[in-house]
Design a protein around this ligand. Structure first.
Ligand code: B16
Ligand code: MG
Length: 209
């Protein structure tokens, strides 16, 4: 991992914990639909796109809806979610994340975001770290969700680098698979027993300072 020229970061679970806000909004939707959505259920939504998340939630509740109704539900959930994340600020950045981004930048490493979230630009702005990224690839730019490698391949391209020059930091299994399929090195953020295929695993970016 020594000659790395580019570092690609997932957002939720790596730089910030937005999962708790996604959970509040999904739970509210489930309550409206008349069933309970637990934190354990929520684990299945991490790193997954908005529409796929909704499908999983409806599956949990044993509910089926038309495409049109699903779009309206996803919009409703997102409006609630946006209300929560509007209040975020720099104090919510995960331990060591900002310092690690600065450390890499000082070493001349280019930095990109590779997130499934369509709200990623607003979140980075609220955290005050948009300027630390040379490229931002989010859910608005990709058409195929992780484990498809599209998000990371696009990130390397926008940085003007080859896949072999890049390393990916991810907390979701699907994200590690996407990075591997892109031909990039991987650092798993979380638990070794879950992120089995990562080249190395740490509990948080603070361990790499
Ligand atoms: P949005 P990541 C992902 O972020 C979240 O982990 C996932 O729970 C969410 O459904 C997805 O973004 C889409 O988010 O509804 O804001 O577009 O881990 O890829 O940074
Ligand atoms: Mg994530």
């Amino acid at each position: 991992m020594n000659n790395i020229k580019g570092a690609l970061f997932d957002l939720d679970g790596v730089i910030v914990d937005t999962a708790k806000y996604h959970y509040l909004a999904w739970k509210r939707l489930a309550e409206e639909l008349g069933f309970e959505f637990t934190e354990e259920h929520n684990e299945r939504l991490k790193g997954v796109s908005r529409m796929r998340s909704l499908e999983i939630l409806l599956e949990v509740g044993g509910i089926s809806r038309s495409e049109e109704e699903k779009l309206a539900m996803a919009e409703k959930k997102n409006n609630w979610y946006v209300e929560y994340i509007k209040k975020m600020d720099g104090t919510e950045i995960l331990k060591g994340a900002k310092e690690y981004l600065l450390k890499l930048r000082n070493q001349g490493v280019k930095i990109a975001l590779g997130s499934a979230s369509k709200n990623a630009p607003m979140i980075l702005d609220n955290l005050g770290i948009t300027g630390l990224f040379d490229a931002i690839i989010d859910g608005n730019k990709v058409s195929r969700a992780k484990p498809d490698p599209e998000v990371f391949l696009l990130g390397a391209e926008e940085l003007g680098l080859t896949a072999a020059d890049c390393i990916v930091y991810e907390d979701a299994e699907a994200g590690i698979e996407a990075a591997r399929r892109a031909g990039m090195g991987t650092v798993g953020i979380g638990r070794r027993d879950i992120l089995k295929d990562a080249d190395m695993v740490v509990s948080g970016l603070y361990e790499l300072l």
